[in-house]
Every structure is written in structure tokens, then in C-alpha cells.
Design a protein around this ligand. Structure first.
Ligand code: SF4
Length: 291
């Protein structure tokens, strides 16, 4: 078994792995360790953990001489094949992810008053996906994202795009309600979002709409303001997951205001509508004529 790693080192290493994933490198190999040889120092500097060379990252070449790295921390799940891959259909695949999540206690939100885990809802083959921040009181009660007042507004936004709620997929960055509806902590987002990334890789949407700054910043790994994030598309690829579909290697991502923010400041609804129109254009949607 590998020695436990320092949390900071683990975070740095995970970031490095994501970086390689973004470059299209997914398979990591370690040379076999002879008996008596130490595996790796528990607190080795990050620089020493870089893959040695691009050549050695070639799966075909390396597989003949090396064994896959076995990892013990879920932050390194990026290295392993996901159990839902090969499930055959998205309904089954999402079920496998839900089962994998289990009665999750991976982050502090599990002991801060949640009633249930709010996994996500909607069409498992949706072309359009909405991602919010986290469940509120109504969502925690009903086990479904966006069912309160903000959910009503989201439903109206979806309808205005010429779609029905059941045609899209809706999820959040964190799946448990933060107490007092506080913003989820970075650590909570980082711990929970790999499950969302796996959901995205299964659903394979054409467009994701990030609702609010927390969703946008987590998905894009950017720390910009809403004003800077809105008004354009980003090329998005779920981190840590390799799509098993050669026809889907990512999608477009747009950022708009969270419906809860729009309830507090309805003057911004026009701006949100501009964002949604951009998405409609991308998806070839037309607003219903009654609008
Ligand atoms: S928020 Fe996510 S990671 Fe945290 S306990 Fe809930 S399901 Fe687990």
C-alpha cells in the first residue's frame, strides 16, 4: 500500500494530473518496485512526481514494462477507469455513479444537517445541462435540485427557451445542503464535483449552463468575476474522466446568473436572457411564439 500523502501534496498532485488530462494524457504508469525498495517518500516535492517524459506516458509502450499505479485516495480516481464506463446506457451508468456515491461522508457537508443527497434529475441524454451551486432547504427536503422558488424561475427560463424541464438535466456542484444556504467551501466543491464530472461524461450534453459564480468557477477552474465569465462560450471537458465515446470529447459551457440571484435582483433577468439566447442559438432552439 502507498504511504498516506500530505494533503497539500495530494492537492498539488491532483492538479498536476488534471493538467495532464487536459493535455490528453490519461494513463499513468509506475515502474515495478523491487522488494525492499521504497515506493516514494511520503512528502516528496511535487517537482519529483512529474511523469518522467512524454515517451514514458505512452500506454502501449509502458504497459509492457510497468504496472498501473494503485492509489488509495479518491482524489486520484482520475487514474482509474470509472465503474460506469461500459454500462451500456446512460440510465444504468448514472445509477452506478449514484451507488458509488453511496451514503457519502466524503466532505464535511455530510454532518452539517443534510436530510439527503441531491444527486441530479432529468434526461440522462440531455443536450442541455444546468449546474447550480448546491441544494437549498426545499431541495434537501425533496431530494431534487431546483424545486423551490429559484427552481420555479429556472423552470420558467427553460420554458422560455422552448424546452421542458424533463428534457434537460439539472445538478449541482455539491450534492448536500450547506447549512444556512452558505456558499460551499472550496474543499467541499473539490470533493463532490468529481461525481458531477462523471455524470457529465455519461450524459454528454452539447451545452452546459453554469448557474452562478460557484458553479462557473468550479467547472472552469477560473477565479474571475461573473462580469468576466458571462457572455461567451468555453470549451469544457469534464476533468478526471475519460469519455469512452469518441464522438463526445467535451461540450460548450456558458455562464449565467443563478436564479436565486435573479430573484434578489430581477433587473438582471434581461442579462440572463441574453445568455440563454446565446445557448439557444448554439442548440438551434427557437423561443416559443407566445413569448
Ligand atoms: S456534498 Fe458531496 S462529497 Fe460532500 S458529503 Fe455530500 S455527496 Fe459527499
Amino acid at each position: 500500500m502507498l504511504p498516506a500523502l500530505d494533503p497539500e501534496l495530494r492537492r498539488a498532485l491532483a492538479a498536476r494530473i488534471r493538467y495532464y488530462n487536459e493535455m490528453g494524457i490519461y494513463d499513468f504508469y509506475r515502474r515495478p518496485v523491487s522488494v525492499g525498495e521504497s515506493v516514494a517518500p511520503a512528502a516528496a516535492p511535487v517537482a519529483e512526481i512529474q511523469p518522467e517524459s512524454r515517451d514514458e506516458m505512452s500506454p502501449r509502450k509502458a504497459a509492457a514494462v510497468a504496472e498501473p499505479v494503485i492509489v488509495e485516495e479518491n482524489i486520484f480516481e482520475v487514474l482509474t477507469a470509472k465503474p460506469e464506463q461500459g454500462a451500456g446506457n446512460p440510465v444504468k451508468a448514472l445509477k452506478i455513479i449514484r451507488e458509488d456515491l453511496g451514503d457519502c461522508t466524503r466532505c464535511p457537508l455530510h454532518k452539517q444537517g443534510r436530510k439527503q443527497i441531491v444527486f441530479g434529475v432529468g434526461n440522462p441524454e440531455a443536450e442541455l445541462m444546468f449546474v447550480g451551486e448546491g441544494p437549498g432547504a426545499d431541495e434537501d427536503e425533496q431530494g431534487e435540485p431546483f424545486v423551490g422558488r429559484a427552481g420555479q424561475l429556472l423552470n420558467n427560463m427553460i420554458k422560455a427557451m422552448g424546452l421542458a424541464r424533463k428534457q434537460v438535466y439539472i445538478a449541482n456542484i455539491v450534492k448536500c445542503r450547506p447549512p444556512g444556504n452558505r456558499t460551499p467551501e472550496r474543499e467541499e466543491c473539490e470533493t463532490c464535483s468529481p461525481f458531477l464530472m462523471r455524470q457529465i461524461a455519461v450524459i454528454k450534453p452539447k451545452v452546459i449552463v453554469a448557474l452562478g459564480a460557484t458553479a462557473a468557477k468550479t467547472l472552469l477552474a477560473m477565479n474571475s468575476s461573473m462580469a468576466q465569465l458571462r457572455g461567451r462560450f468555453y470549451d469544457f471537458k469534464p476533468t478526471g474522466v475519460r469519455s469512452d465515446d469518441p464522438d463526445w470529447q467535451g461540450c460548450k459551457l456558458a455562464v449565467t446568473y443563478h436564479p436565486a440571484f435573479l430573484l434578489r435582483d430581477p433587473r438582471q433577468k434581461g442579462e440572463a436572457w441574453k445568455d440563454l439566447q446565446m445557448v439557444m442559438k448554439e442548440l438551434g432552439l427557437k423561443a416559443p411564439s407566445s413569448r
